[in-house]
Design a protein around this ligand. Structure first.
Ligand code: UD1
Ligand code: CA
Length: 457
């Protein structure tokens, strides 16, 4: 049985924020959510989050996640005291194979592979995640005996000059046999420099009880970086974005500049995808083979078909674009936009809850909302579907091969038949029959002999 306890009671004073620290995002997702994602990959039997400062806000942020238990730690009397609060909820069958893993809510990027290695390292004993740092100041130090066995952890503030020279530090993440951990936690005290109950004291108690303590190490140094300030948050954000960029480059994606690229969600790419600078991908985005994304595009929850180009400064959200289409520059595809293959959507064209059929074109300055547009339709510049009467929304239907002249208003509900042509400037309030020219326009006239007014002096 595996329990995971996530410590998230701390104040996070240096964030200078009303938002509890663990709710601050990395890559668009709260830090605590990153920890939970990696925790869940270990298939634990129970996840307990220890909250304190901003407890209500943290709990509210995860209220829909039924596999979590929250316990409150008030006041905060140290990491050992925090884990003590979770003890009544720890599941164990009295077997040494039952384990409790302790993670920090403000160390968001520790990877599940690293945690698996830590679990493997413990056998039936205890294991701590440690690393060697050039500058170990501030951290708890790993004290080993003459034969290299871990004997205890000493906090920086309690350490001797000799112990300060140790460069192997405690990352804070550890795993212990659950029944023993409960026992050790009942024996720790706060007789130390900070007057706190240290979780790290269980290491010494474990050794005293003859339970071996092993060490495992993170796959990468950034995995154990904690966030205490906006500066550290920004640094971790860049590290994580760099990591995502590196993974995509390894998979064959071309990034014009891996340092000017942000993924806040998941981005899946086919072969030979090109992404220019300054793009932001949010939610779940899929780019098929040969897709090109121009500079400074924002793409959220979208599927883009093979060979499609999205040109500079386009905004795409909850939309689907088929293959070989051309979108932008400056296009906006809003939720429910469904763009057919070989279709073109040009500058300052906004499309919402509408289908634009195969090979159809809306190249300039148009609003298309709640419309079903067939194949090979041409939508002239300045076309607007008047889909909203201030209360309800109505559909516009445009059948295959229709030609919509520039500056046309289609007052929905209205239908344009197959192959119909609408003259420029038409305000269409009744259906336009197939194959015919429909036009609504006052007759043009010229006032002969008209004179321009002149300025009065
Ligand atoms: C802790 C470790 C230290 C390690 C360091 C790594 C102890 C005694 N020390 O020190 O060996 O090198 O982390 O960063 O464990 N928290 C609570 N309740 C509390 C206290 C802390 O939930 O009462 C949470 C904090 O919100 C934070 C985590 O526990 O997420 C660590 O607390 P922090 O105060 O940063 O620990 P350190 O003193 O840095
Ligand atoms: Ca810390």
């Amino acid at each position: 049985m595996l329990n995971i306890v996530i410590l998230a009671a701390g104040l996070g004073k240096r964030m200078q924020s009303d938002l509890p620290k663990v709710l601050h995002p990395i890559a668009g997702k709260p830090m605590l959510a990153h920890v939970l994602d990696n925790a869940r990959r270990l298939n634990p039997d129970r996840i307990i989050v220890v909250v304190g400062h901003g407890a209500e806000q943290v709990q509210a942020g995860f209220a829909d996640q039924s596999d979590l238990d929250f316990v409150i730690q008030r006041p905060q009397q140290g990491t050992g005291h925090a884990v003590q609060q979770a003890v009544p909820l720890l599941r164990d069958s009295g077997n040494d194979s039952d384990a409790t893993l302790v993670l920090y809510g403000d160390v968001p990027l520790v990877q599940s592979e690293t945690l698996s290695r830590l679990l493997d390292a413990r056998a039936d004993g205890m294991a701590v995640l440690t690393e060697k740092l050039a500058d170990p100041a501030g951290y708890g130090r790993i004290v080993r005996d003459g034969s290299g066995r871990v004997v205890r952890i000493v906090e920086h503030k309690d350490a001797s000059a000799q112990e300060h020279a140790i460069n192997e530090v405690n990352t804070g993440i550890l795993v212990a046999p659950t029944a023993s951990l409960k026992n050790w936690l009942s024996r720790i005290n706060n007789d130390n420099a900070q007057g706190e109950y240290y979780l790290t004291d269980v290491v010494g108690l474990s050794v005293q009880d003859g339970v071996a303590v092993s060490a495992a190490h993170p796959g990468a140094g950034w995995e154990t970086l904690g966030v205490n300030s906006r500066i550290q948050q920004a640094q971790l954000e860049r590290i994580w974005q760099g990591e995502q960029a590196r993974r995509l480059l390894e998979l064959g994606v071309t990034l014009a500049d891996p340092a000017r690229f942000d993924v806040r969600g998941s981005l899946t790419c086919g072969r030979d995808v090109f992404i220019d600078v300054g793009c932001v991908f949010e939610g779940r985005v899929e780019l098929a083979d040969g897709v090109r994304i121009g500079p400074h595009c924002v793409i959220k929850d979208a599927v883009i078909g093979a060979g499609t180009h999205i040109e500079a400064f386009s905004h795409v959200q909850e939309a689907a674009v088929a293959d070989q289409a051309r979108i932008g520059p400056y296009a906006r595809l809003r939720p429910g936009a469904d763009i057919g293959s070989h279709a073109h959507v040009g500058n300052f064209v906004e499309i919402k809850k509408s289908r634009l059929g195969e090979g159809s074109k809306a190249n300039h300055l148009a609003y298309i909302g709640d419309a079903q547009i067939g194949a090979r339709v041409n939508i002239g510049a300045g076309t607007i579907t008047c889909n909203y009467d201030g209360v309800n929304k109505f559909q516009t239907i445009i059948e295959d091969d229709a030609f919509i002249g520039s500056d046309t208003q289609l007052v929905a509900p209205v239908k344009v038949g197959q192959g119909a042509t609408l003259g420029a400037g038409t305000t269409l309030t009744k259906d336009a029959p197939a194959q015919q020219l429909t036009i609504s326009r006052t007759a043009q006239k010229t006032i002969v002999g008209w004179v321009r007014p002149t300025k009065k002096s």
